[in-house]
Design a binder for this molecule. Sequence first.
Ligand code: HEM
Length: 383
Amino acid sequence: MDPFPAVDPIPLPAPVWLFKVLHLFTLSLHFTAVHLLIGGLVLGTIWAIAAWRGGDDSPLREPARQVMRRLPVVMAFVINLGVPPLLFTQVLYGRALYTSSILIGVFWIGVIVLMVVLYSLLYSVERRSAEGKAYWWAGLISIGIVAKIALIYVNNMTLMLRPDTWLEMYRGNALGGQLAMDDPTVWPRWLYMITASLMLGGIAIALTGATAVQDRRAGAYLKQWGALVGAIAAGALVPVAIWVLMAQPAAVGRGLGESAFYNVTRAAWLLLTFGVALVAGYASWRGSETGWKLTGAAALLGYLQVAAWVVLRDGIRDKSLEAYGFSVWAREISVNWSVVGLFLVLLVGGLVAVGWLLKVMLQAEGEYEGYVGGEELPGSDAA
Ligand code: HEM
């Protein structure tokens, strides 16, 4: 019996390769934002705890605040950059993704509740840090929530690749109150996302320290320690990625190994990972001497490394589904070029707007400069 629901009778309005390219590109942006959120939250909270233990004069107070106060904006990017790949995944793999989403329905819908709580916690962290109040506890709860959201996402993206388990799961719990934790690829995939978050989050923190933090002591701290964490996490990603690949069914490993494209992608991923570790390690070693060029180079390599993983991960999905007779390329297509053209124009316009927002965010030092706890600081301009 074919486990997949019937294919939508309406043909695709654009070629599969175009959907694929757009999907992979927008997903690399979503992953980048997710990594910045998780990495920033973990490092910012650790520094906030150390600052709280160190008392009012702790040198970690300002670095922690500089990281945590930016997280609500990062969260907005996580959500908005998650929507486009979700649409493309549904177009290309809806028959698999809808089924897995229903099977874990309670958790899948619960993600919205978790996100609302997380978002409000991040705002309260930002507010409390500006008012000089303790906020490390809210950081810790936020880490727990974001880790759970990531686990639910990993569950769904993994379960959609296992049609052989769907019927049994449905019989076991038709109301969707279950997760697919038995799958051996869930934990390695989750750990990969967390480790990659420490890599890219650390590097982004270093870049923020080099470009957007006016307090020189805090900026130097962020550059040195952010880059160091990024470099170490990049090194740690290699064994974790091997675990992800080894945990795949034999057919998937074989399929990837036989494909020249995925072999090149794997090699590129490895080179980029070493590149990130080297450049970020060097940036950390140079400490306060490090400027935006070095941390910027590490960030660029980091983004390309994330993009390479997104492509490799897509290969895992296609090879997994092919083993069950599902080919994403076998869809009926009826191209509507005027709609495709309009879409591309709007996409470019949207990305330019996002780039501008990012620039503003990175330069947004001093949002609370004139106000602390609602009180105006002496000497600040009342206008
Ligand atoms: C705090 C919020 C979020 C976190 C921590 C998060 C985390 C993740 C993680 C860890 C994955 C990778 C799963 C895997 O590879 O196994 C993922 C994939 C994905 N996320 Fe998010 N996400 C968040 C919010 C969102 C939102 C709001 C959307 C959409 C509106 C979204 C859309 C997606 C999509 C579409 C994928 C995978 C697409 C694919 O495999 O083709 N995410 N997310």
